[in-house]
Design a protein around this ligand. Structure first.
Ligand SMILES: Cc1cc2nc3c(=O)[nH]c(=O)nc-3n(C[C@H](O)[C@H](O)[C@H](O)COP(=O)(O)OP(=O)(O)OC[C@H]3O[C@@H](n4cnc5c(N)ncnc54)[C@H](O)[C@@H]3O)c2cc1C
Length: 465
């Protein structure tokens, strides 16, 4: 009798009878892919091109019933489980070798309630798709700044985005979520239903179950916002970052300023200040003036744009799937002179024209959410900084990884914790740092909702029961 080789969640191989797999398939509405099937190779591609994993089964769920079936099957057969939203996570945990992938990327339903200003969004939407639907009504919530990123992984880990100064992180915009638990039950988490789980889903990542849909609060963003970047030569980068630090500190909630050290499309090393103003365009122009007038810019792209355009203006720098990636990240409480010098010197020696260093300023509403209100542990005025190495030749991998690590180690003494969504797979010792003082409370939730650690391919909280 034909069998399928699979990997269990304890790392042991075993075989499943073909009839067992066929019976599972019969109970699904979406396709079940195995190696060799049409579409299998496309379905295992994730954003980080360094990841090349071959799951035994990929369930392309099209609804909640498929998710329940997939979880029950995985649990009953002790399979290694991945959960895939947008597939953007640097770790590549959205896919695995030999296990099962619960692939939500076909679940793209969304309903906007314009009266209540809410959106009920299925877990497979990307931010670009989500913004397209909500922008049609002049509304939006905080989300990712690259349009191909998934709404799921990003919101469950926190969610830094252009609107965070005014309306908080993505997880602060969350009103409720539907989730299938490890024992196959559909539960709703909100302020009034399972509030403990609702707290944990806002920062605790994918540890507790599979979220099938999110309900977000929406806010007016109008037909256009002010956005864009001012670009300076790398030779001015130290002065630019010193100016940027002071400028960012004075930004009202409506104004967000980020920075980047990178290589321009013309091949020139540059420093950029990126801004967005959510409000009256003339007031935005006035507030942007100091950035435009500083130093001797090479380029200035600031102007009116739609919220969708704002959140896709960085897309070209992060193509999906085809590029090798390695990154390191931390929070910086201060952008002091010493650390600026280290960052600029490091970025001036980048090994690839695709690599960059980015700075997200967490401020305003995102920094005011009460420390215990959500599981996101590090809600304060600070910068999330990321060294993002990207290259195309796999033979260069060791060189880029070593460069990134050395650079990161020089910056690390100046840092203050890490954003869970920016942790790499090799950073298990930093998981406690990312969840911070909420770790014990998250552990109690993990023990309650996933005591056997069915959902372990994530920044994992190991159950203790
Ligand atoms: C180019 C790029 C741009 C980014 N921009 C931002 C940004 O602007 N702001 C920001 O905060 N972060 C950003 N990130 C980081 C991003 O938040 C994480 O990579 C996030 O995990 C991506 O979510 P995803 O659904 O696309 O990823 P996936 O790889 O599909 O999922 C990541 C993990 O989340 C869990 N998960 C996913 N879906 C579900 C679900 N429905 N239920 C339960 N668990 C689930 C699983 O554990 C999974 O392994 C960016 C990343 C990249 C690569």
């Amino acid at each position: 009798m034909a069998t399928l080789q699979v990997m269990t969640n304890t790392g042991v191989g075993k075989s499943l009878e073909e009839a067992t797999v066929q019976a599972f398939q019969t109970n699904l509405r979406g396709p079940l892919l195995q190696p060799g099937d049409v579409g299998y190779d496309d379905a295992r591609v994730v954003w980080n091109g360094m990841i090349d994993r071959k799951p035994a089964l990929i369930v392309r769920c099209v609804g909640v019933a498929d998710v329940i079936q997939a979880i029950n099957f995985a649990r009953d057969h002790q399979l290694l489980v991945s959960v895939r939203g947008g597939g953007h996570n640097i770790t590549g945990y959205a896919v695995n070798d030999g296990g099962i992938v619960i692939d939500l990327s076909r679940m793209k339903g969304i309903r906007v309630d314009t009266a209540k200003r809410t959106a009920r969004a299925e877990a497979g939407l990307t931010w670009g798709e989500y913004y397209h639907e909500v922008q049609a009504f002049g509304l939006a919530s905080t989300g990712g700044v690259v349009s191909t990123t998934g709404i799921s992984g990003l919101s469950l880990g926190g969610g830094l985005g252009w609107l965070m100064g005014k309306h908080g992180l993505s997880c602060d915009c969350l009103l409720s979520a539907d989730m299938v638990t490890a024992d196959g039950r559909l539960v709703t988490a909100s302020a009034s239903e399972n509030p403990d789980l609702f707290w944990g889903l806002r920062g605790g990542g994918g540890n507790f179950g599979v979220v099938t849909s999110f309900e977000f609060q929406l806010y007016p963003v109008g037909p256009t916002v002010l956005g864009g970047m001012v670009v300076y030569p790398m030779s001015q980068a130290k002065e630019v970052l010193r100016f940027y630090r002071e400028y960012a500190r004075t930004c009202p909630d409506e104004l967000t300023a980020w920075a980047s050290l990178m290589i321009s499309p013309e091949g020139e090393p540059v420093a950029a200040i990126l801004i967005n103003y959510m409000g009256d365009l003339a007031e935005g122009e006035r507030l942007a003036e100091p950035v435009r007038k500083f130093g001797s810019p090479l380029a200035d792209t600031i102007g009116p744009m739609t919220y969708c355009e704002l959140n896709s203006m960085l897309d070209d720098a992060f193509p999906y799937g085809t590029v090798q990636r390695y990154w390191k990240s931390s929070f910086l409480k201060e952008l002091g002179d010493e650390v600026i010098d280290i960052l600029v010197e490091g970025a001036s020696n980048m090994l690839s024209p695709m690599s960059l260093v980015g700075f997200f300023h967490v401020h305003g509403a995102a920094a005011r959410t009460g420390a215990d209100e959500t599981a996101f542990g590090l809600q304060e005025d600070q910068w999330d900084y990321d060294i993002i190495s990207q290259w195309t030749d796999p033979a260069e991998t060791d060189m880029h990884i070593q460069w990134t690590r050395d650079f990161f180690n020089r910056v690390q003494p100046y840092t203050n914790g890490v954003y869970v969504n920016h942790l790499d797979a090799e950073e298990a010792e930093r998981i406690g740092e990312a969840y911070g003082k909420h770790y014990e409370r998250l552990l109690a939730l993990k023990n309650k909702y996933d005591p056997t650690n069915l959902f372990r391919l994530n920044q994992n909280i190991k159950p203790t029961v």
